[in-house]
Ligand binder design. Structure first.
Ligand code: G6P
Ligand code: ZN
Length: 543
């Protein structure tokens, strides 16, 4: 076994996005592409001599190849120890859990989250720091800088490691430990929730349908819901992880999780439905004939967190990303706790959680989590809901309706225009940016603009500033429209338009969301000249 030092030249497209480097598999398969990025991570950390790392991914196509490369490079760079999930599996929250529990230096997570997988689809890699969370921007900037000047990488000339056998082995001087991907995570969940109450819930005939979408949560969900909590076999559907997610698109939304929606909106629906995404950090929640909007789910969890053992002392603060609806703010105001508004991207919650200023946080993009980890956590969110249902004896629908009666309802929807020409999309945003200062006071149908800006965030913990994070337009009525470009796509550009209107109740709380928002949707389209600029009359996905 020898260490090879391989000469290389930079690729110019290795800038990490909202959540690490995400590209088509074909791009990652270019000679030296993966190696350059991994070496740049190691170099940006100032070298990795003697450190311990966690490595795992969502099992998508290329996961196994990438892990072998990372192991050989880690060994050649002097890493002392690497913990790998068996078969290369670790959900993103489980990776965060393993890093924190073992007090490791950091971890490399392989996933393109909710994007499809397969030889013609997507792959991704990101670095998480010792707190278990996505690397802060100063680290991802440093990684990018290294990718621009890399001239060589180090890799071990060695046979592949067997990722299927639990236990310790060595690769050169480095120890490789293959662990059960579920064990540490399950233990943490047992600490947070009242598992006895959950067992009784299922014993009493409560029915859950959890759609793992052939992604990484399958083994976690089967172990936790079926084996430990006693939910009947078949509670978890599409449970077997597959490299191409069974040709599906592991994005838990009404379009791609249609099977689950059909179950929950069909005859004899179970009490609750839920799904997670490719890497297990997202979640959606459904009741009978009801889809809980992620922003509402976040607000409901905050309002009821005290019912759960881990949060019975109350929440210190909450946080949401800017485009997430303001339903959470209403709960925070009632609880008299701070509510932070951050840019899109879980990494922005890290400092608030580390500093103990926020306990619970979440995003419109189906992510919720708390200070138990530094990633959003799909199965955790399902356990939160189950525990709340077990404590209150209510249904998902009752909890949601009574929430709206207490706090009012923020009707909310996101319209995505996918695969736009990147230049066209950037021009659309630039045009909005150019006119924000003139918008206040302008009238659009019944709405008058109160405030308009390009969101800029100043981190209250370390003072770092993130600017140009999305155009916000708030109307005098309290309605709001937000525009931003997705930072996670791999094809052209995706324009996201977030539309929100508040109704205090008690009347008008049961309208259809798209109908309740129709006038505002029309304003949002006009204001950004979406049709004129993109040629699209309708969004590609509405959620
Ligand atoms: C990832 C990040 C989230 C983010 C989401 C959507 O899942 O972890 O924090 O909300 O992507 O990002 P996008 O830039 O595509 O709207
Ligand atoms: Zn994800």
């Amino acid at each position: 076994m020898t260490i090879k030092i391989v000469e290389t030249t930079p690729f110019d497209d290795q800038k990490p996005g909202t959540s690490g480097l995400r590209k088509k598999v074909k791009i990652f398969q270019q000679l030296g592409y993966m190696e350059n990025f991994v070496q740049s991570i190691f170099d940006a950390l100032g070298g990795v001599e003697g450190v311990s790392l966690v490595v795992g991914g969502d099992g998508r196509f290329y996961n196994d190849v990438a892990i072998q490369t990372i192991l050989k490079m880690a060994s050649a760079n002097g890493v002392a120890r690497v913990i790998v999930g068996q078969h290369g599996f670790l959900s993103t929250p489980a990776a965060s859990c393993v890093i924190r529990k073992g007090e490791h230096t950091g971890g490399i997570i392989l996933s393109a989250s909710h994007n499809p997988g397969g030889p013609d689809d997507d792959f991704g890699i990101k670095y998480n720091a010792s707190n278990g969370g996505p690397a802060a921007e100063k680290i991802t900037d440093a990684i990018y800088a290294m990718t621009r000047e890399i001239s060589e990488y180090r890799i071990m000339d060695a046979p592949d490691i067997d990722l299927g056998t639990l236990g310790e082995t060595t690769l050169g001087a480095m120890t490789v430990e293959i662990v059960d991907p579920v064990a540490d995570y399950l233990e943490l969940m047992e600490d947070l929730f009242d598992f006895d109450a959950l067992k009784s819930l299922f014993k009493g005939g409560f029915r859950l349908c959890f759609d793992a979408m052939h992604a990484v949560t399958g083994p976690y969900a089967k172990a936790i819901f079926e084996d430990v909590l006693g939910a009947p076999a078949g509670t978890v559907i599409n449970a077997e992880p597959k490299p191409d997610f069974g040709r599906g698109h592991p994005d838990p939304n009404p379009v791609y999780a249609k099977q689950l929606f059909d179950v929950m909106f069909g005859p004899d629906a179970p009490n609750m439905g839920a799904a997670s995404d490719g890497d297990g950090d997202r979640n959606i929640i459904l009741g009978r004939n009801t889809y809980v909007a992620p922003s509402d789910s976040l607000a409901v969890l905050a309002a009821n967190a005290q019912l759960i053992p881990a949060y019975n002392q109350g929440l210190r603060g909450v946080a949401r990303s800017m485009p997430t609806s303001c339903a959470l703010d209403r709960v925070a105001a009632a609880m008299k706790i701070p509510c932070f508004e951050t840019p899109t991207g879980w990494k922005y919650f890290g400092n608030l959680l580390d500093a103990g200023r926020a306990t619970l946080c979440g995003e419109e993009s189906a992510g919720t989590g708390s200070d138990h980890l530094r990633e959003k956590d799909g199965i955790w969110a399902v356990l939160m809901w189950l525990n709340i249902l077990a404590e209150t004896g209510s249904s998902v629908n009752d909890i949601l309706t009574s929430h709206w009666h207490s706090y009012g309802r923020n009707y909310y929807s996101r319209h995505d225009y996918e695969a736009l020409d990147a230049g066209t999309a950037q021009e659309l945003i630039a045009a909005l940016r150019a006119k924000v200062s003139e918008l206040p006071g302008e009238q659009f149908s019944d709405e008058t603009v109160e405030l308009a800006d390009d969101f800029s965030y100043s981190d209250p913990v370390d003072g770092s500033v993130a600017s140009a994070q999305g155009i916000r337009v708030t109307f005098k009525s309290g309605a709001r429209v937000v525009y931003r470009l997705s930072g996670t796509g791999t094809e052209g550009a995706t324009l996201r338009v977030y539309i929100e209107r508040f109704v205090a109740g008690p009347d008008g709380l049961d309208e259809d969301t798209q109908e309740a928002l129709a006038p505002l949707i029309a304003i949002a389209r006009d204001l950004a000249e979406i049709r004129e600029r993109t040629g699209r009359a309708e969004p590609s996905v509405i959620s």
